[in-house]
Ligand binder design. Structure first.
Ligand SMILES: [Zn+2]
Length: 113
């Protein structure tokens, strides 16, 4: 279950950031997860909750922000939500569609005291 390693990284970064700000506890950690990062939300939440015990994040809530896969057509400029990586532009049928969002796996923000 690779979510455990990801949850640990998220927690490490959140704690480091909080300590740098002189915070005593973390109230909330918001994470942006792109549709293509293949993360299971329930597993990630479970791992985060297990790992946060006895850290300054032990009472922190975990906010999961789902980022859809979107792309932009390089030929006509049309932007749309995509079903998968290999797509044709729905407007002009061009195959030159570049990914705008959907690969994210990062902390959006943390709330600390
Ligand atoms: Zn197009």
């Amino acid at each position: 279950m690779h979510e455990t390693g990801i949850a640990q990284s998220i927690l490490d970064i959140a704690i480091k950031t909080a300590l740098e700000k002189g915070a005593k506890k973390i109230n909330n950690v918001a994470v942006k997860v792109g549709k293509m990062s293949a993360i299971d939300e329930a597993s990630l939440r479970f791992a985060f909750d297990a790992l946060k015990a006895e850290t300054i994040a032990e009472n922190a809530t975990f906010e999961y922000i789902d980022i859809p896969l979107t792309g932009k057509c390089e030929d006509c400029g049309y932007e749309s939500e995509l079903e998968g990586y290999f797509v044709l532009c729905p407007k002009c049928s061009s195959g030159r569609v570049s990914i705008l969002t959907g690969n994210e796996l990062e902390i959006a923000y943390i709330d600390v005291d």
